[in-house]
Design a protein around this ligand. Structure first.
Ligand SMILES: CSCCC(=O)C(=O)COP(=O)(O)O
Ligand SMILES: [Zn+2]
Length: 204
């Protein structure tokens, strides 16, 4: 599929994310791969629920540079890291949902473990609720280069699949194209909601 059509699908995904309330205020950022060396990333500081194709900026995957001189997302370094780590990744979606924000603070470990949910099968390659899916969880950091370095180090020794949580911040997920990234986002968000409810009920 052409980069233009992927951008059209990404703009539609941004509107969908906005309509779900998953990118409040100016939260969230989104991108699609153009080719092996560049991606199109949302401009920093905008309402991501009402972006148009003109709000996406060409960014070099190797060095985070935007030729246009405009300012891509503050989290550009996380998107480009994912495109470098995963040559098959075609789209990256970052959201600020209540479920991801709260669960990532409650969970103290290095991963959020999901087990026992049929909806795990919304994640590519998952075939049974009896398997476990581990979503990596990192402490948040305003220094995105340092955060990217921590995520890269984690990925060298542990599986990094579907997405990762930033503590008290949100979810960044990806897929081979916009459609798969969207499915992973919707599936993970559903699973986070279930997990938040389960933990609440099991405490009472
Ligand atoms: C209130 S949003 C804080 C920054 C952030 O976490 C985010 O996702 C949006 O940053 P961007 O530079 O992509 O607009
Ligand atoms: Zn964010």
């Amino acid at each position: 599929m052409s980069a233009t059509s992927q951008l059209e699908q990404l703009v539609a995904a941004c509107h969908w994310i906005g309509s779900r309330g998953w990118a409040p205020a100016t939260g969230g950022n989104m991108s699609v791969r153009r080719d092996a060396t560049s991606c199109l990333l949302s401009e920093s500081g905008k309402d991501k629920g009402s972006l148009t194709a003109d709000d996406f900026i060409v960014v070099d995957i190797a060095n985070n540079r935007a030729a246009s001189g405009r300012r891509p997302s503050a989290e550009t370094g996380l998107h480009t890291l994912l495109y470098r780590l995963f040559p098959d990744a075609g789209a990256v979606l970052h959201t600020h949902t209540v479920n991801a924000t709260v669960l990532s603070r409650v969970e103290q470990g290095e991963v959020l473990r999901l087990h026992g949910y049929e909806m795990q099968k919304s994640l590519s390659g998952q075939q049974s609720h009896l398997d476990s899916v581990e979503i990596a969880l990192f402490d948040n950091d305003q220094d995105i280069a340092a955060l990217a370095a921590r995520i890269e180090a984690f990925a060298r020794t542990s599986p990094l699949r579907y997405g990762f949580l930033l503590r008290g911040h949100g979810l960044t997920c990806w897929g081979k194209d916009v459609s798969e990234a969207r499915r992973h986002l919707e599936g993970l968000e559903f699973l986070f909601e279930c997990e938040r409810q389960r933990r609440l009920l099991e405490r009472s």
